[in-house]
Design a protein around this ligand. Sequence first.
Ligand SMILES: [Zn+2]
Length: 70
Amino acid sequence: MLAFQPAGACEAVRSQLSEYLDRELGPDERAHVTLHLAACAACARVALELALVVGALHQLSALRSPSGRA
Ligand SMILES: [Zn+2]
């Protein structure tokens, strides 16, 4: 499914990825990002890498490390 991606679509999606991964987007926005990731390998790769980072950060915050800030 290779939908046409308008100019700026990738930037818009990438700006929403952190919220997407945190499930903070509304259903319409979430569906839009999901569709874009299915059609855009570049953004799907960014999303995957961000998911790993976000997952790691969540695990770190769960530890409540007192020396977590540089
Ligand atoms: Zn894209």
